[in-house]
Write a protein that binds this ligand. Structure first.
Ligand code: IP8
Length: 264
């Protein structure tokens, strides 16, 4: 399979967890998206003894924090811009994300997807200008061997601030640019980007046309809601889609689901 057939799929933390209840997985929602991934045929990698024979696995999964990472991050006052030097805070936030990641990886494996965990804390960092360094050798190497890397929002070293939050959305856009993804999808709790009447906007090509509907247009925090997501995806050199949980299967089948974000 060609390198350019890579799909990056983000599962929103609010989709796969119960946001109102600390460290609680939404089992039905997770099982449903896992089944959609397993049934999609997108995963062609073979992680067995002949690993790599079919070329790189064509899927990378990223998931957000939901009621795992965000609750601990808020408790310790850590965000994408506010950091901490407290090692106990680092392990509390990272540990929660690893627990959620373990559940996601286990469910995917149980469904036959050759999923393996990748933890950003051990590899990524921001410099003093908040510029992200996101090495891709581990992810690319795992793909080449037929695995489906499963990454998650995390805390990472941030020059001068200790650690700050790296959102799943930043991982998605960072990997999409660095690995040249052909398809990028964000599975959210809503069926797409909604206009002021609550209808799904079909296509967004520039931010100003939707700024009023999205509000918070000055937000630079990519972890900060739909406006931040749209801005980050518009900056990609390729297209992306935002859609709801029911559309994971159709998205992987190349259907025009949710909102197309096309800033290229
Ligand atoms: O839910 C945040 O990831 P996101 C992860 O994608 C943490 O914003 C550690 C709160």
């Amino acid at each position: 399979m060609a390198e350019d057939s890579l799909t990056i799929l983000k599962l929103g933390g609010s989709v796969i967890t119960d946001k109102d209840s600390p460290e609680t997985v939404d089992d039905d929602a997770l099982d449903s998206v896992v089944a959609a991934i397993a049934d999609s045929g997108v995963v062609t990698g073979d992680a067995g003894p002949t690993a790599g024979d079919d070329g790189p696995a064509s899927l990378i999964v990223v998931h957000g924090g939901g009621s795992f990472g965000h609750i601990h991050a808020a408790e310790h006052g850590v965000s994408t811009t506010d950091g901490t030097h407290d090692p106990a805070a680092v392990t509390a936030i990272h540990g929660a994300m690893k627990r959620l990641n373990g559940v996601v990886v286990d469910r995917l494996q149980a469904a036959g997807v050759p999923a393996v965990p990748v933890h950003p804390l051990s590899a990524a960092a921001r410099d003093a200008d908040a510029e992200l360094s996101l090495p891709t050798a581990a992810v690319a190497g795992l793909r080449a061997e037929g695995f489906v890397p499963v990454l998650h929002g995390d805390v990472i070293a941030h020059a001068g601030k200790g650690v700050t939050v790296l959102s799943g959305d930043e991982i998605v856009t960072g990997l999409a640019e660095r690995l040249g993804a052909s398809r990028v999808g964000l599975c959210s709790t809503v069926p797409g980007v909604l206009d002021s009447d609550g209808d799904v906007i079909e296509t967004i090509r520039e931010f100003e046309s939707v700024a009023a509907a999205l509000g918070d247009s000055d937000s630079t925090d990519v972890s900060g809601g739909m406006a931040g997501k749209v801005r980050a995806l518009l900056a990609l050199s390729g297209q992306a889609r935002i859609f709801g949980p029911d559309a994971v299967g159709p998205f992987l089948a190349d259907e025009a689901v949710g909102t197309l974000i096309d800033g290229a």
